[in-house]
Design a protein around this ligand. Structure first.
Ligand code: GUN
Ligand code: ZN
Length: 449
């Protein structure tokens, strides 16, 4: 009996960053590939014709005419805002007061938090997202609900309790002290349990006093391998208010810097309004930005300067964030589509390889998790997505050509997949080699030979 699992399909991953390296050095593509797993980890990966005789006794799941890629990484999303996605007509600060805070209030109820956590994880699986950096709410029980759900599904997820002690309704605020003690308890309970990791999560500079930000910094000194996850320089009015609230700081990023919150495990959502000096500081610190294009368009925040973040002068780790409910879709394919269009509006053209790098290995690198996820190097955790480039009639028409055999012809097909794809293109999602979602579970299953 063979104890291994094997999957045959076209297989694509990245071994370096195509914003800086050539395609030959950064893209790995097997038109007829074989991915072999052992105990949920990659055991072997390569050309089917080269490998299959070694695994002749193993059942092979055949996903012919499909593309296997590493699971998508959503670098910034609010599970607590699932229910209020697509709420009409406001920009950031009004949107928070009108829709967001009343919705997050509901998470005081553990049963509601559990219900949404389950629905949210189902949606991630339906969209091929296997790792996410997640905002919860101010209520510790909302963190427990999310981590319990993720743990039960064996997901690699990162989350944290929102810290916020001012400029929000009383029903949604903590204090500098309770934010510290509750976060500390949650780190001790959840950080590194199974595949879960903790992020210290001050909401943004406006809703934390300087004292609370200092307490967040204290937590990082006490637990140096947890993350920082917050919002930064999203909206013009927000940036102006931060200037008023922190007159002694050199700028928005400096508010976080003064509290010891800017380092190589810091992930900042948005960064739309960053100055040149802030790009330089971010590059020097090794921090990461979650590029949230659907949200930045939906809330009218602006066009992220992707070309500056991915320049050789100020190279910054970037991944894609859906930012639901500010963002309009949990699909990282749709998020990637919007990233392409935002770059177009800045007179920049992203290649499909660059965009899909951001969605996979780029996100993993931003999280310093590229030793565990992000591509199919031997030993990595086998989280992956099976994509159907011909999922709808019009996609089948557009991608009618046979399986691409070169990076040039693959680029054509990938680009159409990114532009037209969404959850319908996700045939299946696997977590540590176990099926977590299948588009066709009610009908045919992939053939095993
Ligand atoms: N800034 C502070 N809180 C939020 C939030 O919930 N969503 C977004 N997009 N920006 C924020
Ligand atoms: Zn957000």
């Amino acid at each position: 009996m063979c104890s291994l699992q094997a999957f045959r399909a076209s297989i694509l991953d990245f071994i370096d960053d195509p914003f800086y390296a050539t395609l030959a050095d950064s893209v790995r593509y097997f038109p007829d590939g074989l991915l072999v797993l052992e105990d949920g980890h990659v055991h072997a990966f390569g050309h089917y014709p080269d490998l299959h005789s070694q695994y002749a006794n193993c059942p092979i799941v055949d996903y012919s005419n499909h593309l296997i890629m590493p699971g998508f990484v959503d670098l910034h999303v609010h599970y607590s805002q699932t229910e209020m996605i697509a709420s009409y007509g406001k920009q950031l600060l009004d949107w928070l007061n009108t829709y967001t805070f009343p919705t997050e209030r509901k998470f005081k109820e553990l049963s509601y938090a559990r219900q949404i956590a389950s629905m949210f994880c189902d949606e991630l699986m339906r969209n091929g997202t296997t790792t996410a950096l997640v905002f919860t709410t101010v209520f510790p029980q909302s963190v427990d609900a999310f981590f319990e759900e993720a743990q039960q599904r064996n997901l690699r997820m990162i989350a944290g309790k929102v810290m916020m002690n001012r400029h929000a309704p009383d029903y949604l605020t903590d204090t500098a002290e309770t934010a510290y003690t509750e976060t500390k308890t949650l780190i001790e309970r959840w950080h590194k349990q199974n595949r879960l990791l903790y992020a210290v999560t001050p909401r943004f500079a406006i809703t934390s006093t300087p004292e609370q930000l200092q307490r967040a910094g204290q937590l990082l000194r006490e637990f140096p391998d947890v993350y920082v996850h917050t919002h930064l320089s999203e909206n013009v009015k927000e940036v102006a208010w931060v200037k008023e609230l922190f007159p002694q700081a050199a700028g928005y990023l400096d508010v976080y810097d003064q509290a010891g919150l800017v380092g190589d495990r810091s992930i900042f959502a948005h960064g739309v309004q960053l100055t040149d000096a802030e790009f330089e500081r971010m590059a020097q610190a090794g921090g990461a930005i979650a590029f949230c294009p659907t949200s930045n368009l939906f809330l009218g925040s602006g066009l992220f300067k992707i070309e500056q973040a991915k320049s050789t002068k100020t190279p910054i780790h970037v991944g894609l964030g859906s930012d639901v409910g500010g963002g309009t879709s949990l699909s990282i394919l749709q998020t990637a589509h919007a990233a392409y269009e935002v770059a177009q509006l800045r007179q920049q053209t992203l290649s499909p390889y660059q965009i899909l790098f951001l969605a996979t290995l780029g996100g993993a690198k931003a999280l310093k998790l590229d030793d565990k996820i992000g591509n199919f190097n031997v030993g990595k955790e086998a989280d992956f997505v099976v994509l159907d480039p011909r999922a709808t009639p019009i996609m089948a028409l557009r991608n009618a050509a046979p399986t691409p055999t070169t990076l040039e012809t693959l680029a054509e097909q990938l680009f159409a997949l990114v532009m037209m794809g969404d959850d319908r293109s996700v045939r299946a999602t696997y977590v540590m080699g176990a099926i977590a979602h299948s588009h066709d579970s009610a009908t045919a299953t992939p053939s095993a030979s």
